[in-house]
Design a protein around this ligand. Structure first.
Ligand code: FAD
Length: 406
């Protein structure tokens, strides 16, 4: 292509631009992002940024000279409003119109709003953007009692940070266990016990029906069981929705995200989609349309598209991996482990460091590790090489997995 326009200045959008230049792409590269400032990382928003261990500068993926030196234009804050596919033009909210040779949609995802009365009260917050984190940080310092709605990764990471500061934290979760959509039962159980031991109160089967306010501010959360949970701050972490409207309005197919093929291309050969917004057929999920929400996925998909645009096309097949830091617990996941038929535990959960190997039939789907980074790295290598480990081998503490993977 003559030039590349990228919508979204998140992890995926930044990486697509950086990789295009790394691969020697000479044409103009423009990133259009609706958040102010330069591309930044989200993971610290629920970790080091929340605790003040890193600042706004430390969040940035790269400082200004990186973009200037490489001739990467960052238009921000600026919203992409419409794609005119026939003319290969992106129309911005400001009215500006950008012609594109290739368009990369890296629009990410946004918080799923809590749809109950009182959800719009002051003190009901979300955590996706730096602006969200700034609000949360400011209000958190005053809070004595916090209710977190949703025991997913973000809810629990936040809850662990708040509890470590001595705040009373209650986590309300509609499902029967934490991180149920992403974790095996044994790993989920381990995290429940560990969080409870660290002082978090976790309530399962808790369907939130209403938030009570006083003077315009949230003071309690009510569940379908009729329980009231008093609080002075509520964090809602009930998942995200892909930002797919721009693509949908341009007539592109949408499933659980912007539908792309194995090369991360939409049905329009001039438009790719990557990262949190894209649903691609993953070979690690038997070809099932998968929309992953992780740094690895955003980075590797961006690299794959940049490689294709600079003459090295290949179907996208990277092994998915993910991490989440919750208090002192470091969770790592290699592969797409859920759903599975069977789990094998390697190591002793009571020691606080173990892995769960997840199987479907004879096939190793993925490995979840807590405080066992070596298992995680080995699992990534095994899955990338398509090497199996039998259940017996996985359970055998004497077996040298590392030797197996090399
Ligand atoms: P995003 O980062 O969402 O970026 C998309 C950007 O596009 C956004 O700035 C959005 O505003 C913008 N945009 C959307 N529509 C338009 C438009 N029409 N015009 C212009 N701009 C637009 N992952 C991990 O692997 N490990 C972790 O520990 C981890 N922790 C996380 C903690 C938090 C608090 C959050 C929120 C996420 C975390 N993640 C983690 C997930 C990870 O950050 C995301 O998967 C990753 O940021 C996805 O990158 P992306 O570029 O696809 O989307």
């Amino acid at each position: 292509p003559q030039n590349v326009v990228i919508v979204g200045s998140g992890q995926a959008g930044y990486q697509a631009a950086a990789s295009l230049r790394e691969n020697g792409f000479q044409g103009p590269v423009t990133i259009v992002g609706d958040e102010p400032g330069l591309p930044y990382q989200r993971p610290p928003l629920s970790k080091a940024y929340l605790t003040g261990k890193t600042d706004e500068e430390g969040l940035l993926l790269r400082a200004r000279p990186f973009f200037d030196d490489r001739g990467i234009d960052v238009l921000a804050p600026e919203r992409a409003a419409r794609i005119e596919r026939a003319e290969r033009r992106l129309v911005l909210g400001s009215g500006l119109s950008l012609p594109y040779g290739h368009l990369v949609l890296a629009t990410g995802a946004r918080n799923r709003p809590l749809a109950v009365p009182g959800a719009d009260l002051d003190g009901v917050l979300y955590l996706r953007t730096r602006a969200d984190a700034d609000r949360l940080r400011a209000q958190m310092s005053e809070a004595r009692r916090i209710v977190v709605i949703g025991a997913g990764f973000i809810g629990l990471e936040f809850a662990a940070v708040a509890a470590a500061r001595g705040v009373e934290v209650t986590v309300l979760e509609a499902a029967s266990r934490p991180m149920s959509r992403a974790l095996s039962l044994p790993m989920s159980d381990f995290f429940r016990e560990a969080h409870e031991a660290a002082g978090l109160r976790l309530v399962f089967g808790a369907v939130v029906t209403r938030i009570e306010g006083r003077g315009g501010r949230a003071v309690a959360v009510e569940t379908a069981a009729g329980e009231m949970y008093p609080c002075d701050l509520v964090l809602v972490g009930i998942g995200v929705m892909p930002n797919a409207e721009l693509a949908a309005e341009a007539g592109l197919a949408i499933g659980n995200g912007i539908v792309v093929d194995a090369h991360l291309l939409t049905a329009d050969p001039a438009i790719s989609a990557i990262g949190d917004c894209a649903a691609y057929p993953s070979p690690h999920a038997g070809g099932r349309a998968s929309r992953l929400e992780s740094v690895q996925n955003a980075v590797d998909q961006a690299r794959a598209v940049a490689a294709r645009l600079t003459g090295s096309p290949a179907p996208y097949a990277a092994v998915p991996w993910f991490w989440s830091d919750q208090g002192s617990l470091k969770l790592q996941i290699a592969g797409l482990a859920v759903p599975h038929e069977e789990t094998i535990i390697r190591g002793d959960p009571a020691s606080g460091a173990f892995s769960v190997f997840c199987y479907e039939g004879e096939r190793l789907l993925g490995v979840e590790s807590v405080n066992r980074p070596a298992d995680h790295m080995i699992a990534r290598r095994l899955l990338a090489a398509g090497l199996g480990v039998t259940r017996e081998e996985a359970a055998d503490p004497g077996l040298d997995l590392k030797a197996r993977a090399s």
